[in-house]
Design a binder for this molecule. Structure first.
Ligand code: FES
Length: 123
């Protein structure tokens, strides 16, 4: 494996500074988990950080048709741009739309000082 290929592989953890994720904001990332790449996103909802796999519980498309657009206009919910499923930001539970009662897959998230660290989903 040469240096260029090594740089293209996503890491098993992703981190960012809390200063880069103020309330109402989100960020996208990729993780390398068990030989596959997982696209995820993290949101700051009312001061709480929550990370999920970027895959709608309805038919599995990414939620954001426009990159990094996850919140409804009022900032209270997460919404899938494909068919409009609505999710609770703090639980990932679908509260309206075609996947009512299902949920996003949560990614483990921890604080390390002023950083947020997200890791691969538990098998
Ligand atoms: S794929 Fe998200 S609502 Fe259909």
């Amino acid at each position: 494996m040469n240096g260029n290929m090594r740089r293209m592989i996503a890491p098993p953890e992703w981190r960012c500074s809390v200063a880069d994720l103020p309330a109402g904001r989100s960020a996208k990332f990729r993780l390398r988990c068990g030989g596959r790449t997982v696209e995820g996103f993290v949101v700051n909802h009312a001061g709480g950080y929550h990370a999920y796999v970027n895959r709608c519980a309805h038919v599995g498309t990414p939620l954001d048709l426009w990159p990094n657009e996850f919140f409804t206009e009022d900032g209270q919910w997460l919404i899938c741009a494909t068919h409009g499923a609505v999710y609770e930001p703090d639980s990932g539970r679908c509260t309206a739309g075609p996947c009512l009662g299902d949920a996003l897959i949560r990614l483990p998230l921890r604080r390390e000082g002023d950083a947020i660290v997200v890791s691969c989903p538990r098998e």
